[in-house]
Design a protein around this ligand. Structure first.
Ligand code: ADP
Ligand code: MG
Length: 718
């Protein structure tokens, strides 16, 4: 017997075993299944999909802890089933013991709703097609409860559409330790979005929407589409454009073609898999792995490891793939109960199946690898020539560093020989009454060059290479630039001598070419050039970081408030702001991937495309730019969408004056000087180098004002 302090009055002995109170047992059991809002959501999503929903809308408050609501348009729940809906082990999916082993629907033990009702307030509104109205029922600890004290607990009739809405409030209100183990609402929300995103990929024919309560703009919104497009939309263009599609299955047994799940003793040997995974051209920071087994999102560290080892052979160290894998096997051969969360799975013949899949991926990946390599080698000689090769490398490195969130040395600095440190709080202004942006954003500014020879700065604009893009829309737009070229005008601009700015406000400048003098609208000409620069670099822009990121809505509000005549639309200014914000937020993914216009889920603008390293657009025009994106961009069709968006981008970049900024007398002179200097030394220089002048410029924007021989003739006559 171990030594211990003796207490004669109370001899040591075992404490009596007591039965825990039933509600406590249920709560503990529920906690095994429902860990956090995202795990509840996973169960609920599976129920919606089981119910045949084609549209699922999720609303979340405080990371799902305060509210998690999920609405579907599935088959609904019969009113007569509502009383036992949240009881443990009540399900419409299993009837007999043998069903349990051949279950193909996701949910399988009737535990999810019961568990949720033990750790949260749960209510359900549901309507089947044959019901004449919807029914609402509230649950606590597995049973129906009255919605309010004094009322009865039965389902109440109410208005509603076909389908089911499950409303979960105050999750873990009765299990404080569980509650305190949760992370911040934003982290929990991120997990929720992660689950929804994965199910939205796997069920690409179903429309998903996920948003925060009270917000009009969803963070995720999909409509029925193909799986590769869903991946592109949800995980981005960088992944979307490198996807390889793989299908592999078990060999048919003795030449017969039996389908999976049909009866027969060797069905457990049958399986099929479909995967979308990235080619080695995509190099992510960590593996993104989506694994669905029989349409349930699960985890399997052994499958993941096997696939990662395929990629470790072709990717550089520290680079990882995106892999989506959907495996269908006989339900009898899956064991999802190894892990209490039911996420980590093991299955029969796991090793053989995993090996076959890894081999198929291996084969596809290495094929794509060699193909891309040859293609790129050919392309780079064609595109880069000798001298630009090192340049391209440098710019690629710069880009990577910018993507990694680091500022490249000298990247965003003034061209002065003594670069001044810029603190982030000085970079962006969000109020009109603050300083102007030019004084915060480093621009090429003569006042900073401290007597340096400014002409040194005007030489050597960085080369801009055409991005490698295979979208037909972009290729067509690029072609039409070449088609509308006016060779003489292009030549004139290429070889001109700058004479001077004639009218700042109307953006008129004089240039000379040979013996002729031309008056041109430099804002319009620069706009054309920026459109072409946008088109040329489509899909791989440098980033112009906005730090701190200004809030989209604030900027929109500024612009809409300053916009005359909005009442004609029949909408209030706020409604217009809402609409535009919604339009932009629903297209966040596309804007970020293609245009580097990165807007956070909270609606902050983190970056814009930087069309030309040496030129920073006048950010006073940012509010108007964002506002115009709403009505001016034709979002519906790809080509028009890209071209109108790039036109707006070009207009934003052009040096046309911003209209609604009140003039700020202090420092106005220096700013005007800086702007003028930029036009002459950067923009005209860039037009020489990059512009493919279209014929259309001759209509309004460039006119010949004098021809020297004619002038001589005039003088001769005098
Ligand atoms: P399981 O999914 O394992 O059956 P759950 O507790 O998740 O158990 O759900 C219990 C039952 O409630 C389901 O079997 C189904 O009949 C019904 N149900 C739950 N959610 C929905 C829904 N969104 N639409 C229709 N029926 C639902
Ligand atoms: Mg279920």
């Amino acid at each position: 017997m171990p030594e211990q302090a003796q207490d004669d009055s109370q001899p040591p002995g075992p404490s009596p075993i007591q039965r825990l109170h039933e509600s406590l047992i249920n709560r503990i059991a529920a906690g095994e299944i429902i860990h956090r809002p995202a795990s509840a959501l996973k169960e609920l999503l599976e129920n919606c999909l089981d119910a045949g929903a084609t549209s699922i809308r999720i609303t979340v408050k405080d990371g799902g802890m305060k509210l998690l609501q999920i609405q579907d348009n599935g088959c609904g729940i019969r009113k007569s089933d509502l009383p036992i809906l949240a009881e443990r082990f009540t399900t419409s999916k299993i009837k007999t013991f043998s069903d349990l082993s051949r279950l193909t629907t996701y949910g399988f033990r009737g535990e999810a709703l019961a568990s949720i009702s033990h750790v949260a307030h749960m209510s359900v509104v549901t309507k089947t097609k044959t019901d004449s109205c919807a029914w609402k029922a509230c649950y606590s600890e597995g049973v129906l409860v009255p919605p309010k004290a004094g009322q009865t607990s039965g389902p109440k009739p109410c208005a509603g559409i076909d389908g089911t809405t499950i409303i979960i409030e105050d999750m873990f209100y009765n299990t404080p330790t569980r509650l305190s183990a949760l992370r911040s609402p934003s982290e929990e929300y991120a997990r929720i979005l992660d689950v929804v995103t994965k199910y939205a990929v796997h069920n690409s024919k179903v429309a998903f929407l996920c948003k925060k309560a009270g917000s009009v703009t969803p963070e995720l919104s999909t409509s029925s589409t193909s799986m590769d497009l869903a991946i592109r939309l949800l995980y981005g263009h960088a992944i979307g454009k490198e996807l390889l599609h793989i299908e592999v299955s078990s060999p048919p047994p003795n030449g017969t073609s039996r389908t999976i799940g049909s009866s027969g003793s060797d069905d457990t040997e049958q399986w099929s898999a479909e995967a979308y995974c990235t080619s080695p051209n995509y190099q992510g920071k960590k593996t993104v792995f989506l694994l669905f087994i029989n349409h349930r999102l699960v985890e399997s560290s052994s499958v993941k490891r096997a696939i990662e080892s395929v990629y470790s052979g072709v990717l550089p160290k520290g680079a990882f793939p995106f892999v989506y894998l959907s495996l269908e096997i006989d339900p009898r051969s899956v064991d999802v109960n190894v892990h209490p969360t039911k996420r980590e799975v093991i299955f029969l013949n796991e090793e053989t199946i995993t090996e076959r899949i890894s081999d198929a991926i291996q084969q596809m990946v290495s094929q794509s690898h060699s193909r891309t390599f040859e293609y790129q080698a050919g392309l780079s000689t064609l595109l880069l020539g000798r001298s630009n090769e090192s340049n391209a490398k440098v710019s690629r490195k710069a880009r990577e560093e910018v993507e990694n969130g680091e500022e490249v040395d000298g990247e965003e600095r003034p061209a002065s020989s003594h670069p001044t440190k810029l603190y982030s709080q000085h970079k962006v202004r969000t109020s009109l009454h603050d300083r102007t942006l030019e004084s915060m954003i480093p621009v090429l500014n003569p006042s900073r060059s401290d007597g340096d020879d400014v002409s040194k700065i005007t030489v050597g604009l960085r080369d801009i290479l055409e991005s490698n893009c295979d979208l037909t829309s972009i290729l067509e737009l690029r072609k039409s630039v070449q088609k509308s070229v006016h060779h003489d005008l292009t030549e004139i601009i290429k070889k001109h001598t700058f004479v001077g700015i004639v009218d700042d406000y109307r953006c008129l400048s004089l240039i000379q070419h040979a013996t002729k003098l031309y008056l041109l609208n430099h804002a319009a000409v620069a706009e054309e050039m920026f459109y072409q620069l946008a088109l040329m670099q489509f899909g791989s822009y440098r980033r112009l970081k906005l730090d701190p990121p200004p809030p989209l809505r604030t900027l929109l509000k500024l612009a809409v408030d300053a916009e005359p005549g909005t009442e004609k639309s029949g909408l209030s200014k706020n409604e217009i702001v809402d609409r535009i914000a919604r339009t932009l937020l629903t297209r966040r993914g596309m804007l970020a991937e293609y245009f580097e216009i990165s807007i956070t889920s909270d609606g902050e603008i983190e970056s814009l495309p930087h069309l030309m390293k040496e030129y920073t657009p006048d950010l006073n025009k940012l509010p108007a730019f964002l506002m115009r994106l709403g009505p001016q961009v034709q979002w519906q069709s790809e080509k028009e969408c890209f071209s109108t968006l790039m036109r707006e981008l070009a207009y934003f970049y052009s040096p046309s004056p911003s209209h609604f900024i009140p003039s700020i007398p202090d420092g106005a002179h220096t700013q005007a000087k800086a702007a003028t200097w930029q036009i002459e030394h950067v923009l005209f220089q860039a037009m020489r180098k990059f512009l493919v002048a279209p014929k259309s410029l001759l209509e309004n924007d460039v006119v010949q004002v004098a021809n020297l021989p004619d002038l001589y003739r005039v003088f001769e006559r005098c």
